[in-house]
Design a binder for this molecule. Structure first.
Ligand code: NCD
Length: 397
C-alpha cells in the first residue's frame, strides 16, 4: 500500500486509514523536529509552490516542511500577476510546464475546482493549498492533528464551527472529515453564510449529527434551525446556551471571507454574535479547545490568546510536521503504515452532459473556456448530479 504519486485536492480523496497514516507519520515528524533530528527523506526532490492568492501559513509551512526534509523549493507567490496567467495562459498549460520542473506541486487558486483541473493535467502529485471557496484539505489534516493532540481523539467530540461557513473553504473539508471520523458538528453561522448544500449533503451521507444555529445568542432561543437532531422542550429553557457551550469540546472560529461576497451581503451581520472573547471563554468548558485557521480579523479577541485553551498558534505550528508527512508520503520516500485498506468508492463521472453548466459562477468550468463540464452521480438520488470540479449540485429532470 502506497500513497506515492497521489494528488490531494479534496479531503475525500483520502480514506480514513490514509488520513490516519498521515497523522501518525506527522507525529513522528513532530517528535523528530522537537529533538532537532535531521530528516533527509526528500533529498534531491523539488517542491514547487504556486499561489494565486495571498498566504502566510500554508505556503511557508509547505516550504519549511520541504526544507526540513532536505529537499529544495521553488516558490512562486502572487502568480496571478507574476506568471504567464497574466498574459492569458491557462491552468492546464501552466501545470504541463511545472511538472517538468518539480517532483510535487502545491497550488492555491481563487477558482473552485481549479486544483482538480490542475491535477488532471499533471503527472506529478498536486496538493491543493485551497481552491476558491471549495476546499482546503491540508488545513484539515493539521486541524485533525490538532484535535487529536489536544483532546486525545476525534470520535465522539462535539465540534462547533462558527463564522462564515459558506465561503470559508477550511470548514468544508473539516466538516466532512469530522463526520467521517465520528464527531458531532454544531454550526453557528449568520443566515446566508451556512454550510453549502453539497457539504450538508455529504454530511447527511455520513449520518453526521449536525445542529445549526444562526448566532451564538440563537443557541438559547426558540428560533434555532436544527437539522437531524430534534430539540426537546428542556432544550429551550433559560441558560440553554450555557448548557450547550458546556457540551462543546472544540470551538473553531473563522473570519468572514470578504473577498468572496458583495459588501452588502454582510451589512446585517452583528459581528459580536460570532466572536469569542473573555466572556464566552468563561462560559466554555475548562478543557475546551479554541481553534482558528487564521488569519483572524475580529472574531477572535486578543484577550483569548493568554488562555491555555487557545490552540490556534499551536495549530498553525503543526502545519510543518503534517505537511512534512504528506510530502514524504506523496513522493513515496516513506510508505504509510496501513494494515488493511478499505476499498475506495468508485465515482461515476459523466462527461459534459449536453447543455448542463455548473451553476457555481466561481467554478473553473465557467472561467477556463477549454474545460467542459463533468458531473458525478449522487448516490441515492438519480435526479441530482454533482460537479466533478467544485461539487456544486445540479437537479436534472
Ligand atoms: C485559510 C484559507 O486560506 O482558506 N487560511 C489558511 O490557510 N490558514 C483561512 C482564511 O483565509 O480565512
Amino acid at each position: 500500500m502506497t500513497l506515492s504519486g497521489r494528488h490531494l485536492i479534496s479531503i475525500n480523496d483520502f480514506s480514513n486509514e490514509e488520513i490516519a497514516a498521515v497523522l501518525e507519520l506527522a507525529e513522528e515528524m513532530n517528535i523528530a523536529l522537537t529533538k532537532r533530528k535531521r530528516l533527509l527523506l526528500c533529498e534531491g526532490r523539488e517542491l514547487y509552490t504556486i499561489f494565486y492568492e495571498p498566504s502566510t501559513r500554508t505556503r511557508s509551512s509547505f516550504e519549511t516542511a520541504m526544507h526540513r526534509l532536505g529537499g529544495t523549493v521553488v516558490s512562486h507567490a502572487e502568480a496571478q500577476v507574476t506568471s504567464s496567467v497574466a498574459k492569458g495562459e491557462t491552468i492546464a498549460d501552466t501545470v504541463r510546464v511545472l511538472e517538468k520542473y518539480a517532483d510535487i506541486i502545491v497550488m492555491r487558486h481563487p477558482l473552485d475546482g481549479s486544483t482538480r483541473l490542475a491535477s488532471d493535467y499533471s503527472s506529478v502529485p498536486i496538493i491543493s493549498g485551497g481552491d476558491g471557496a471549495h476546499e482546503h484539505p491540508t488545513q484539515t489534516l493539521l486541524d485533525l492533528y490538532t484535535i487529536r493532540k489536544e483532546t486525545g481523539e476525534i470520535k465522539g467530540k462535539n465540534v462547533a464551527l462558527c463564522g462564515d461557513l459558506r465561503h470559508g473553504r477550511t470548514v468544508h473539508s473539516l466538516a466532512m472529515a469530522l463526520a467521517r471520523f465520528g464527531a458531532e458538528i454544531t454550526c453557528i453561522a449568520p443566515p446566508g453564510f451556512e454550510l453549502p448544500d453539497h457539504v450538508r449533503d455529504t454530511l447527511k451521507g455520513y449520518k453526521c449529527k449536525l445542529t445549526e444555529y444562526k448566532s451564538l445568542e440563537d443557541m438559547s432561543s426558540e428560533g434555532s434551525l436544527v437539522l437531524h437532531q430534534p430539540r426537546s422542550k428542556k432544550d429551550h429553557q433559560e441558560g440553554f446556551m450555557d448548557f450547550l457551550l458546556q457540551s462543546l469540546d472544540v470551538l473553531y472560529f473563522t473570519r468572514l471571507q470578504r473577498e468572496r461576497f458583495a459588501v452588502r451581503d454582510a451589512t446585517n451581520i452583528d459581528q459580536e454574535s460570532y466572536r469569542i472573547n473573555k466572556q464566552l471563554l468563561a462560559k466554555s468548558r475548562s478543557d475546551a479547545v479554541i481553534m482558528h485557521p487564521l488569519p483572524r480579523i475580529n472574531e477572535l479577541a486578543y484577550e483569548v490568546d493568554q488562555d491555555k485553551r487557545a490552540a490556534y498558534f499551536r495549530q498553525a505550528g503543526y502545519g510543518v510536521p503534517v505537511r512534512m508527512a504528506l510530502i514524504a508520503l506523496l513522493l513515496g520516500t516513506v510508505e504509510p503504515k496501513i494494515e488493511e485498506q478499505a476499498k475506495r468508492p468508485t465515482v461515476r463521472i459523466i462527461e459534459g452532459p449536453s447543455g448542463i453548466a455548473c451553476p457555481n459562477e466561481r467554478c473553473v468550468t465557467n472561467k477556463e473556456k477549454y474545460v467542459s463540464s463533468k458531473f458525478c452521480k449522487v448516490s441515492g438520488n438519480p435526479k441530482v448530479l454533482k460537479c466533478y470540479y467544485c461539487d456544486w449540485m445540479v437537479k436534472t429532470g
